[in-house]
Design a protein around this ligand. Structure first.
Ligand code: PMV
Length: 337
């Protein structure tokens, strides 16, 4: 039996623009999904997941795609969650070169689902690492990242970028630009996350930006400006990694977060709840704040070394939950064997 964990993520810079080949900088945060895997003697897969906001379910199903679980939960939700686990198991079997290996899998996660914090990627990354390790195969973080990307790509019908899975597997701050993914040098960053309890529809939001970009030159320029801002942000991170995250550098990074949020708003992907949380964070003394992920609802990320932003967010009606989430310098890791 092997337990592995993998972190969720926030976007420091670059969501949406990354769809058009601009760079983005997702950062892994210390909120983890933990997956325990144990090989079975048959070809069946049994999954238990108590806190995936599915109100708790335990299902057993066979290896075949037609053999669906019989559980008391909305079928669409179970179907969506099962696709990720199915695809993670498929990648594991491929890595093991054993299409009939069965598993007992337990999933626990303290990453809110569907909030743009990369919960599905973290589950897929931890599941592939744990299931392969349980059969004695040691995959590198990069190999896990590649297989997790393929699993998400299949589960999301080809609508997946490498950002979430790569970031979760290798940890830290990463650079994503098309297929170019690599880890960046970055200092420890004082992230505070505010969550409105909801989620935007990523497909719809991406399509909205695409339409705007096709209709208006300003929108294409805005996407380009997000790319420029991300490049400046990467240079700042590099400087702070080498020379320390002084208050001045934290303020400069925060300023870029604020501008990024403004550009994302211009592209139509913010929401009243996100704006309220962003302003609450700024007024509390965060050096900057922005929405993270697709937008439309979900989460904001702010930078603040003090407790003031977290407290202010907790008191903001639009905010359901606020928490501090340090940069997770470690990606996927084995917790116990
Ligand atoms: O909401 P998330 O974390 O899935 O992020 C979506 C990021 C986008 O850039 C809007 C879309 C994408 O696939 O990169």
């Amino acid at each position: 039996m092997t337990t592995c964990s993998a972190p969720g993520k926030v976007y420091l810079f670059g969501e949406h623009a990354v769809v058009y080949g601009e760079p983005a900088v997702p950062c892994a945060v210390e909120r983890r999904a933990r997956v325990t895997a144990e090989p079975r003697d048959d070809d069946r897969v049994r999954v238990s997941a108590d806190d995936l906001s599915l109100n708790g379910f335990t299902v057993t199903w066979g290896g075949g795609v037609d053999d669906r679980p019989d559980v008391d939960a909305p079928p669409a939700l179970v179907e969506a969650a099962m696709r990720y686990v199915d695809e993670a198991v498929a990648q594991t079997r491929d890595a093991l070169d054993d299409p009939e290996q069965g598993f007992e899998i337990t999933v626990e996660s303290d990453i809110p689902l569907g909030a743009g914090l990369g919960s599905s990627a973290a589950v897929v990354v931890a599941a592939i690492k744990a299931a392969t390790a349980a059969v004695g195969v040691d995959l590198s973080a990069e190999a896990v990242a590649e297989r997790a990307f393929r699993a998400e790509y299949a589960a999301q019908d080809g609508q997946a970028s490498r950002a979430d899975t790569f970031c979760s597997a290798v940890g830290g701050a990463v650079h994503v630009e098309g297929d170019d993914t690599r880890r960046l040098d970055a200092p420890q960053l004082p992230f505070v996350v505010g969550y409105d309890g909801g989620a935007g529809d990523t497909g719809e939001l991406v399509a909205g930006v695409r339409d705007l970009r096709e209709q208006h030159g300003f929108a294409a320029d805005t996407v380009g400006a997000i790319g420029d801002l991300t490049r400046s942000g990467e240079a700042l991170l590099d400087d702070a990694a080498s020379n320390g995250l002084t208050d001045e550098r934290l303020a400069a990074l925060g300023e870029l977060l604020d501008v990024d949020h403004g550009l994302l708003s211009a592209l139509g992907v913010s929401a009243r709840s996100l704006d309220e949380m962003v302003w609450a964070a700024r007024e509390a003394g965060a050096t900057g704040a922005k929405l993270t992920g697709a937008g439309g609802g979900g989460c904001v990320v702010a930078l603040d070394r003090t407790d003031a932003t977290e407290t202010a967010l907790e008191l903001t009606p639009a905010c359901e939950r606020a928490f501090r989430a340090e940069l997770a310098t470690e990606g996927v890791r084995t917790e116990s064997e």
